[in-house]
Every structure is written in C-alpha cells, then in structure tokens.
Ligand binder design. Sequence first.
Ligand code: GDP
Length: 448
Amino acid sequence: MCFSPSDSGSFWLVPAPVLSPCRGHGRSVRFGSDSPLPFSQAASSTGSDMTSISRYRSRALRAEDSEDKEYVGFATLPNQLHRKSVKKGFDFTLMVAGEFGLGKSTLVNSLFLTDLYKERKLLNAEERIKQTVEITKHTVDIEEKGVKLKLTIVDVPGFGDAVNNTECWTPVTDYINQQFEQYFRDESGLNRKNIQDNRVHCCLYFISPFGQGLRPIDVEFMKALQDKANVVPLIAKADCLTPSEIKRLKEQVREEIDKFGIKIYQFPDCDSDEDEEIKQQDKGLKESLPFAVIGGNTVLEVRGQRVRGRLYPWGIVEVENPSHCDFGKLRNMLIRTHMHDLKDTTNDCHYENYRAQCIQNMTSKMNADKRVESPIPILPLSTPAVETEKLIKRKDEEVSGRRHTLLLCVNVKWRKMTHFVFTQINLKTSSCVGIWIIWAINVTLTFE
Ligand code: GDP
C-alpha cells in the first residue's frame, strides 16, 4: 500500500504492487517504508538482508560464546519459539457488524491500510429492504518485518436495515458456530497438521452516533454474540459529535451495557510489577470503551505532515489524532497489544465452551441411543478374537446347511427322473434293481 498525490494536491490511498504471491482468494500486501503512519513505519526495515529469524539465531550463538561454561542454553527457548511462530505465520479473523453506512468498510481499510472492499456492490434502498443478513469474507496476506499475517475480515452487511429485523443476528451466530464446528472436526480428524483457524477472534460492533445510547437491536445483537466472540463496541463516525456529546454517549452506552448484562471483551489486567507507563495505558484503554472512531483514507497535508483524515469546509478531522478520536487506541489494541489475547480468549473461553457443550450433547445422545450421528467420525472398534471365532463358526454352519438343502433337491429330481424312465421302457423287474442303485448313489451323495 502506498500513497500518491491526487490532482487536487491531497494524497490518496492507492494499491501498491503485490509483492508476495497470492494465497487462496486473498491478496498479499507488504507495507512499505513510504507511509507516514506508525503501523507502516514499523515495516520500514522489511527490505533488510538480515531477517528476524537469522538475527535471533546469531544472537543466541553469540550469547553461547560469551557466557561461561555453566551456560546450558535453555535461555534461547523463547527465541526458538519466536522463530517457529514467525516461520509459520499468524492468522486473525475480525468481524465487523452494525447498521449499513456506519463506516465499517472505511474503518477496516483505515486499520489495515488496504482496500478490502474494491468489489463491493452498493445496493439501492429497495434491494436493501429485501436483503438478508449475508455474510462475506475478505482475506488479505500482510507482511511486516518478515512476519506474515493472514487477515480475514468477516462482514455482516445490511444488518439492521430491513423493516423486520427479528432474529437478524441468527445467521451471524450460525456462522460463528459453523467455524467452531469446522475447527472441532479438523482437530478431531486424522490430519491435524495444517488446521485452518477461521474462528472469529474479535467482533467490532458499530453503534450509531445519532441515537441516545443503545437501540434494542444493539442490545439483542451483542447479547446473542457475547458467549461466542469477543465483542468490542465502537461509536461510529465520532466526528459527527462534539467532545461533550461523545463523553455523554460513552457513559450512556457503558451504563446500558451494565444494565442489560452484556458481556463485552474484557481487557486483561496488567501485572502488578508492570511499568507505570503501561499501567496508565491499560487504564486509559479501559476507560475509553466504547471507542469513538473516525474512518478516512484520504491523505492530507496538516502542519507540513501527511496525515489521514476527513476534509470539511471548517477544517480537517485527523483519524489518528488522539484528541480527535480513539482510532489509534483501537488499532493499538487490536494489532499491537491485544491480538494474541483476543485469540487466546477465543480458544480458551468461547471455543472451549462450544467444545464442552458439543461433547456433553454427544455423550447424552450416546447414552440415550447407542448409535448416534456424531460430529466426529467414530472409528470402528476392533473385534476381539473370541468374537471373530464365533462369527466364523456361524458362517460355516450357514454354508453347510445351504449345501445340504441343495443336495436334497438334486436327489428328489434324480429319483423322479429315473422312475419316469424305468416305467416308460416297461422294465418292471430290473426297475427294482435300478431304484436300489440310485438310492445307494443318493445316500453316498448326502453323506459326502
Ligand atoms: P458501511 O456500509 O458501514 O461499510 O459504511 P461505509 O464505510 O461504506 O461508509 C458509508 C459512508 O460514510 C461513506 O460515504 C463514508 O465516506 C462515510 N464515512 C465513513 N466513515 C466515516 C466517519 O468516520 N465519519 C463520517 N462523517 N463519515 C464517514
């Protein structure tokens, strides 16, 4: 992704050449050093010859050389882990939900400096009324400092647009459950080496800035999701509100979240021995919820610096200016500080609950009915040797029984035929002898 000047003198976000090969239906983006933004600045050393992997390896070897003989070497274990994880790459799935037109796609593009919605078709009012909650997935491969991230954005367009929104969150919860189910199947399958993790790690829920707090549909939606995903509430288009209005709306939303018992994502507490600065950052993050965000991908000149923002007749709203909105806090939380915790919570809490529920259902079904349709393929049990012996014996008996019946049928036919022949040629005396011979043959055949 890079920035290029537009005709009007301001800078616009344009797609950069793809540097790494495409994977799946996603695209690859490598952040360049020409971006003025902190997220991209971190990527400025991407072109360096020494990758982070080789750097860690040589650092470990240097440490080994310099240490005394008592140095065993297990201090390099974190480095080994780091190397392995970097090699494997990371994946993260983010869901965005909320009413149409609240700036979801603009914010996602601003967060990841990419245009994920190029092929989006905007629907007219009539189409939007009929539209169901259709879930779309966009995948992009991002690379920064040699670290690869496969980012998936799950979009829930049209949510809340229809006249009748009853149970409109069901497709969303079904989607999340499907991903859990797929993961459960893969995990229980034979090949567990390359399991794709498509579970939703975080759901950004957009709240309208024009209301007086949460609407009933917001409450219902968040409640439906709370046990399945990490819900992070956002106040959309914060530039439509004054600072005092934002403060009031935030308080109102927080109160309603408490009142309705909505479980949103809880930031983990800082360790007590953590730096004072980190503790303050953590406190600030918790107090900022719900984050008031502004999305915009236009690059403008402000005080001699290139910034992303929105240009109005009365001035410029800067997306990354902390005094304008919480965009920076949200991005730091999502990407820099809490991405791993979001994944851990998904795995250890939401997925674990799903898995436990699934196993419990299976066990109770199995108890009720021995033959159940299980989500995990049940392997055939090996038959004990005694059982096999019995089975073979039974089959042998069946076969010999069938042979005996067949022979009896043949005998009866033979007898009828010979009797008919002897009566026809009128050999009354010799017929007795003949019958005796045939009877003897029959007896021999029966006992064979
Ligand atoms: P979506 O339907 O929720 O994905 O919304 P879009 O991202 O398509 O945005 C809808 C409109 O809102 C577009 O015209 C955007 O330029 C505008 N928009 C997006 N973010 C903001 C914002 O933070 N503030 C304001 N005022 N407008 C925004």
